[in-house]
Design a protein around this ligand. Sequence first.
Ligand SMILES: [Zn+2]
Length: 120
Amino acid sequence: MGYNKPETLKKYRETHKEQIKEYVETHREEYRRYQANYRKKHLGKIREIMREWRERNPEKIKAEQFVNNNHLPLAEFCELCPQDDLRKATEHHHPDYDYREIFVSVCVKCHKYIGMMKNE
Ligand SMILES: [Zn+2]
């Protein structure tokens, strides 16, 4: 395979769906290893970023610790997804960090979405 123009690539993807799927499946382990290596290599930097984030968001950390320490259970399904019982709730979302006991059970996707809206 030489140089691929985007439209050629798109066509290739459409006509080789099965092969691509198979490639991804067989290389999954490799990819995971690559990611793990990457993390290991950049651990210092990642830790630094995490530390900065924690310093900038102490109220988020406290809210998180509060739900963990008190074992406040999540609802089974995300309460914000457009459909009921669509995705499993995996995280607590605090609408107001001053009220740590008030939270909404959300899935990762909705949580990210809320975060994005707040930053605007
Ligand atoms: Zn959701």
